[in-house]
Design a protein around this ligand. Structure first.
Ligand code: ZN
Length: 404
């Protein structure tokens, strides 16, 4: 895989496929862009695991070219092609098998239930995935719920009374659905035109002026500041900062009620209500973010180089990556030496026995590591380090455990 890290301003002419790069920001339409890291080929659907290594290795890839908007502090893949990504039931990105994550969702459900008095209300989850969050929210609050997602499949966990799922978008075809509360978690970053998407939600016939929206996305500042560089994936067109998320909501006609970061600063959330007449949107940028962007390219290349050296000194057959989510898939596809590691380990049974797009790396469960000689476990998310160390001990393993 070719990696091309490009630094600095106005280097568009030097970027492969520059003619196809978007020249304006999808949030504020600003054209003062700074181009950043670029990959020639990332799997276009890194959460779609494959049934065999051959089809995994033949998975479609796409060009990724990170751009930064100096007007609203938004990041986006300027090379994104909307028609390349499809979401089907084999799209598997549920994190609800990790105790750390379950605790986060429980706390969130409690907070939202009491902040917005959801008992007896109707909650709609747009892009509900497998429905875990909505079930938790409704069982915690006593709300009824409807989840919308085209990749929804009814194949797991107990039903919750009053919660139903519709295998479709939450479009105008459902005017009878009049939610008091709309959650939309980890959807907006997938949408090529986030403003049109948010305007569509706001103007849905079932939405009233008192409908409260809860939007959650990954935090681009975490990616920048803590070098969460494995979070760059093709499916994510947009990388929101607190500033660009606010600008997006206000531009689409919402009044912001609350916003902040959560999950160890890895997520951003914003709570908002539709307004009749959109207010003026204030654009501002900070020197801090500008500095982070400039450092990102160099640190990114240093980090990839460090992992290339690390892996070249180890036996790939005795090395595994823990976490077959987007971070793990990006890691094995971006670090050339990581393509040869033994396996990706994941506690989610729906991922086990499948293969990573691009490299074709097998995904196995922790139990299959028992009795195997293992030098290194590379953990993709620092939040899970303790969980992984404990699991390794229980399996009788004593490898080096290192966070990517
Ligand atoms: Zn912008």
């Amino acid at each position: 895989m070719g990696i091309q890290a490009l630094v600095g301003d106005e280097l568009r002419e030097g970027i492969p496929g520059a003619a196809h790069l978007r020249g304006d920001c999808p949030v504020c339409a600003g054209q003062h862009l700074q181009h950043s890291v670029s990959f020639e080929a990332l799997p276009v659907s890194c959460n779609s695991l494959h049934p065999d290594a051959k089809s995994a290795a033949a998975a479609a890839t796409g060009h990724f070219a990170l751009a930064f908007c100096r007007s609203c502090e938004h990041f986006f893949n300027a090379a994104f092609e909307d028609d390349r990504v499809g979401y089907t039931p084999d799209y598997e990105n549920s994190l609800h098998f990790s105790p750390r994550f379950v605790k986060f969702v429980e706390d969130l459900a409690h907070r939202l239930s009491s902040a917005y008095g959801l008992e007896g209300k109707l909650a709609v989850d747009v892009g509900c995935g497998k429905g875990d969050f909505l079930k938790r929210l409704c069982s915690t609050s006593g709300a009824t719920g409807i989840g919308f997602d085209r990749s929804y499949e009814d194949n797991r966990s107990a039903k919750v009374a009053g919660v139903e799922f519709i295998n479709d978008w939450f479009g105008d075809a459902y005017p009878q659905v009049k939610p008091d509360f709309v959650s939309c978690r980890h959807v907006l970053e997938h949408i090529a035109n986030p403003i049109a998407f948010l305007e569509g939600l706001r103007s849905h016939p079932g939405i009233g002026s008192n409908s409260v929206f809860y939007i959650e996305v990954p935090n681009a500042l975490y990616t920048l500041r803590d070098m969460g560089i494995w979070d760059l994936i093709y499916e994510h067109v947009s990388y929101f900062t607190p500033n660009s998320l606010r600008v997006a909501m206000q531009t689409a006609g919402f009044e912001v009620l609350d916003q902040g970061s959560s999950y160890g600063d890895q997520y951003l959330f914003i709570e908002a209500r539709p307004v009749q007449s959109p207010m003026a949107v204030g654009l501002s940028t900070s020197a801090t973010v500008d500095e982070l962007v400039r450092r990102f390219d160099r640190t990114y290349r240093d980090k990839v180089a460090w992992w290339r050296r690390y892996l070249s000194k180890r036996d790939p057959a005795q090395t595994v990556v823990w976490g077959a989510g987007s971070k793990g898939i990006t890691f094995v596809n971006v670090v050339p030496e990581a393509a040869r590691i033994a396996a990706l380990v994941d506690v989610n049974p729906h991922k086990q026995g499948r293969f990573a797009p691009g490299t074709g790396t097998p995904v196995v469960g922790p139990e299959s590591l028992r009795g195997r000689p293992l030098q290194s476990i590379i953990v993709m998310n620092p939040l899970y380090r303790d969980e992984v160390a404990q699991a390794a001990r229980q399996l009788g393993l004593a490898p080096e455990i290192i966070v990517a």
